[in-house]
Design a protein around this ligand. Structure first.
Ligand code: NDP
Length: 481
């Protein structure tokens, strides 16, 4: 058993009430850790600590902040085995993928250690020769960071990195369902020489701890990743204090395969993006549209490749897929499949839990391919957040684009084609913050990651990520001669 603490003002502490809860391993439901349950008063302590630490941190040079972030990255890499193991134990993803996530979190710190030094201002031309105008960017203040359970380390790191580089102090609330690896990451950043109060971590429910972070006027910025409904609630309540917010919310990403695509590449990319982390990824492939001419070949290869995926406990080095995160996720997946079957879909593989003693106690589910999908089905309209890939055929590219855009979400969209004109035509018309052409990810360190429509707004990564934590100030000088 691990005994987790909160990190407030540089100290590892229990909750004021002394309450704690137990985290279980989704592969076998064994208890793995005890975690303090914070309340509003714990959050206030953390916010006050962050507020006290802010002026000095804001005035620390970007060089020095960069040195601390680089040291944080070094410590995260040094502790990768321990952090990744915690991640697999609490979230279920295979250890190899957990290590990739932890590495990515170290990269976030290294990247923003340098990007913080490029927080340039502008000396702008003025209307009069008697005045001069300087534009500078300064840290917003205390940033509240609220993150979900599916990529708890990565999603925290790509907020903490830019926030600290910008000169903000931070109070982070990881998901109460998967707080272990995120806290170990934050601890490494704290151990890197970050002054007390600059990085704080509180544990507890979204309804209480998360709500206090949003409602308390001390936090001037809310950086949130999670469900669209939660994002809407945060937006409404942050409005009371006109806080800056960035929201990375749910997705419902289409994957279009054109008749001229390299079918094998499309199949492999699609299998990985539909099923990795059991489909519990915001940019997961949720809907597949295949050109009629190649649909039979694509579908048959897609199913063959899907059934090859090895499923099991994420600590087993040979598995491709771990368990789902919890019973609620598995149930939602089953409900969406049942709804689709009731509306004419056919199961080509999967559709149920795997058989065998080793799967009995975990939240396992077979990756599932559905044919004959249509847009009346919940799998085609809502975010399943599970290992289900529904396939629909199309006749013309415009039909495919219309279907792809027939969603309230706008996070990612993918298209596979070997024709440049088709690629550009489609990429310009797909309604999403990130478009993958012949690739299955829209994440790139030096490019913005963000969303359209109900998937949110604001950006992470690149210099765009840093801007989210900065205020703009215009300083106007009158010249006296
Ligand atoms: P939730 O929205 O349920 O929770 C996210 C975080 O918000 C958790 O820490 C949660 O706390 C907290 N929270 C819940 N209610 C409130 C509230 N009223 N005020 C403040 N904080 C609150 O999302 P999930 O954890 O279920 O994560 C899955 C979702 O995240 C999916 O919709 C997925 O698409 C989305 N996501 C989006 C990404 C993107 O980049 N667009 C990336 C990854 C995931 P608690 O844990 O206690 O409930």
């Amino acid at each position: 058993m691990y005994y987790l603490k909160m990190l407030i003002d540089g100290q590892l502490v229990d909750s004021i009430s002394g309450d704690a809860t137990v985290i279980h391993n989704p592969a076998n439901q064994e208890p793995i850790a005890e975690v303090p349950v914070g309340r509003r008063e714990d959050v206030r302590l953390a916010l006050n600590a962050a507020q006290r630490a802010f002026p000095k941190w804001a005035e620390t040079t970007s060089q020095r902040r960069g040195e601390i972030l680089h040291e944080g990255a070094r410590l995260v890499r040094q502790r990768i085995g321990e952090i990744a193991r915690l991640l697999t134990l609490e979230e279920g993803k295979p250890l190899k993928q957990a290590k990739r996530e932890v590495l990515s979190s170290a990269n976030a710190l290294d990247y923003y250690a340098e990007e913080g030094k490029r927080n340039f201002g502008e000396w702008v031309p003025t209307e009069s020769r008697q005045t001069r105008s300087l534009v500078i960017k300064q840290p917003i203040g205390v940033a509240a960071i609220i993150t979900p359970w599916n990529y708890p380390v990565d999603l925290l790191a790509w907020k903490v990195g830019p926030a600290l580089a910008a000169g903000c102090t931070v109070v982070a609330k990881p998901s109460s369902k998967a707080p272990l690896a995120a806290t170990a990451f934050a601890q490494a950043v704290n151990d890197a020489g970050t002054p007390a109060g600059v990085v704080n971590v509180v544990h507890g429910s979204g309804r209480e701890v998360g709500a206090e972070l949003v409602e308390n006027p001390t936090s001037r910025k809310i950086a949130f990743t999670g469900e669209t409904d939660t994002g809407r609630w945060i937006m409404e309540h942050a409005a009371q204090h006109i806080k800056r917010i960035s929201l990375e919310l749910g997705g419902q990403s289409p994957f279009i395969v054109c008749k001229d695509a390299s079918i094998d590449d499309a199949v492999e990319s699609c299998v990985q993006r539909a099923f990795s982390n059991m489909g519990q990824i915001c940019i997961s492939v949720n809907r597949i549209y295949v050109a009629d001419e190649i649909a039979d070949e694509f579908i048959s290869k897609f199913v063959d490749r899907t059934v090859e995926l090895k499923i099991g406990d994420g600590l087993d080095p040979d598995v491709d897929l771990g368990p789902m995160f919890n019973e609620a996720q598995r149930q939602k997946t089953q409900e969406h499949i049942a709804d689709a079957l009731g509306k004419g879909a056919k199961v080509l593989c999967g559709g149920h839990e795997p058989e065998g003693e080793e799967y009995k106690r975990g939240f396992f589910f077979l990756p599932t391919v559905l044919s004959h999908a249509n847009h009346t089905m919940r799998v085609m309209r809502e975010e399943t957040f599970g290992p289900v890939a529904p396939v629909m055929r199309f006749k013309t590219l415009d039909d495919a684009l219309r279907l792809a855009n027939d969603t309230r979400y706008g996070l990612a969209a993918y298209i596979f084609t070997n024709d440049l004109t088709t690629a550009i035509y489609a990429a310009e018309r797909l309604e999403a913050g990130g478009i993958g052409v012949n690739v299955n990810s829209v994440i790139e360190t030096q490019a913005p990651f963000g969303a359209w429509k109900l998937s949110g707004f604001g950006h992470e990564r690149a210099h765009y990520g840093l801007e989210e934590y900065l205020e703009i100030k215009h300083i106007r000088f009158g010249l006296v001669r």
